[in-house]
Structure formats: structure tokens, C-alpha cells
Design a protein around this ligand. Structure first.
Ligand code: C5P
Length: 243
């Protein structure tokens, strides 16, 4: 069983954390999910936690706001993340994202949420709330965690760190394929998606705390010319586990 062989990488009795950081569209989430499944670990999706907090704030502030209004109101309202009733739970080996009792797994993936998330991700209080949820997870189970600051800020002591990267053009092409798979009538252009990805890269890299950066002790995987199986094989190669 693959999970046993990983003990080479750290003390058996300690929970194992593998971190996967990288920019939007680098394939982190897909790969983190597959790697976790392969190893019998849980995939912790930090982006989903930021998305859930963003959606909860949108519900508090009311409908109809532009993203700019949302940003202004978030700063002025001084919302305490602890009061939002947002939770992430592990159920049957998978992360479930809740606002109260409401499972918001699909609603958090809408463009409305994506357009507002940076105001939440820029806030130290919200970042600390996410970091606490992730560290709580790590007290109960072995984790593969994906995000932007996981190997640098959240789990600097993690046993193994990866940084996934690809050119913005490749990442945009992947996103376009995903959008078209979900909605065959999708008409967005590659240029527009690429510009959007590059804007998100800037926002993620320029954040005052929790900025996207490659952990100095991480293994860099350029996913530009690899399909998901190829990336997974590279990672497993580093884990000395073979299909
Ligand atoms: O990974 P995903 O695209 O779902 O993340 C949504 C957003 O949450 C990202 O664009 C990023 O701004 C933010 N995020 C973050 N730190 C993390 C994970 C996500 O700031 N660890």
C-alpha cells in the first residue's frame, strides 16, 4: 500500500503534509486531488476556503454589488471571519465547504466569487482564518494541500513541497478547454482568459502577506508540456513510488 512507503520521508507518528503551490491554472488542484487519492491522504483545497469566505461575505453584504463596491464594503465593514459561520470539514476523505449547514461546493466556483476573492485573500484576518482551518485538518489526517502560500506560510515545516508552474499561455489554453467542456457554447477568447490569468498572477504575487512565491525548499515542476498523468508520475517519482 503506497501510504506505508512514504514513511521514508518523515517520522511515522507525525502527520504527513505535502504542499503544492503555484499560480492559477498550473494544475495544482487536479494533481493534489489525484496525489491524495493515490496516497490515501486527504486533499485540502485552500482556494475553496477563500472562496467560501468570499461567498459568505457576499451574502452578508447583499446582492447586486459590483466587485469594487464589495472591496470597499469589506474594508469598511470590518467583518470578523469568525462570525461568518464558515466551516471546512472532512467527510468520507474529502473536504466539504459549508456556510452554516449549506454545502457551497459548486456555488463558490462562479465568476462572481472569483471576481471578488482578492479582497478576502488580501486580508490578514481572513488569511489567518484559512490557515487555522488547514492546520486543524493536519492534526487529524495526512494531507496534500494546494494553494499559494502553503509551503511558505501555512506549513513551512512540511515534509515535501512542490511548486507547479506553466506559461500563462498554456494555463489560459487549459482554462479555455475546461470552460468549453463545462459549457460548449462558451465564447470567451484565449487572449481575454490569458489577460485575466496574468492579472490574477500579479494580484497573487503582490499581496502584502501570503503572497504567491516558490518555497526555497520546493521541487519545481513545469507542467507546460505534461498532461496530468505526466505531472502525477513526476511527483510520485519524487516520492519513490511507482505505478
Ligand atoms: O485555487 P483557487 O483559484 O480556487 O483560489 C482562489 C483564489 O484564492 C486565488 O486566486 C488566490 O487569490 C486565493 N488564494 C490565496 N492563497 C491560497 C489559495 C488561494 O490567496 N493559499
Amino acid at each position: 500500500m503506497a501510504t506505508k512507503r512514504i514513511c521514508d520521508l518523515g517520522p511515522v507518528e507525525k502527520r504527513m503534509v505535502i504542499t503544492l503551490d503555484g499560480p492559477a491554472g498550473s494544475g495544482k488542484s487536479t494533481i493534489a486531488g489525484r496525489l491524495a487519492k493515490e496516497l490515501g491522504f486527504v486533499h485540502a483545497d485552500s482556494g475553496a476556503m477563500y472562496r467560501t469566505l468570499t461567498l459568505a461575505c457576499m451574502r452578508v453584504l447583499g446582492p447586486g454589488q459590483t466587485a469594487d463596491d464589495f472591496g470597499r464594503d469589506i474594508r469598511e465593514a470590518g467583518i470578523d471571519p469568525a462570525g461568518l459561520d464558515c466551516h471546512a470539514r472532512i467527510e468520507n476523505g474529502a473536504q466539504v465547504n459549508l456556510i452554516g449547514k449549506d454545502d457551497v461546493g459548486s456555488e463558490i466556483r462562479t465568476p462572481l466569487v472569483t471576481a471578488r476573492i482578492r479582497y478576502i485573500a488580501d486580508s490578514r484576518a481572513f488569511r489567518e482564518a484559512v490557515n487555522t482551518m488547514l492546520r486543524d485538518f493536519a492534526t487529524t489526517t495526512d494531507l496534500v494541500v494546494d494553494g499559494r502560500d502553503i509551503g511558505t506560510v501555512v506549513f513551512p515545516e512540511a515534509g515535501l513541497k512542490f511548486y507547479l508552474d506553466a506559461s500563462s499561455e498554456t494555463r489560459a489554453a487549459r482554462r479555455l478547454r475546461e470552460f468549453r467542456l463545462r459549457d460548449p457554447s462558451f465564447e470567451g477568447s484565449l487572449d481575454r482568459i490569458q489577460a485575466d490569468i496574468e492579472r490574477r498572477d500579479r494580484e497573487d504575487r503582490d499581496r502584502p502577506f501570503g503572497a504567491l512565491q516558490r518555497p526555497a525548499d520546493s521541487i519545481l515542476i513545469d507542467t507546460s508540456t505534461l498532461d496530468p498523468d505526466g505531472v502525477l508520475n513526476r511527483l510520485l517519482g519524487h516520492l519513490q513510488i511507482h505505478f
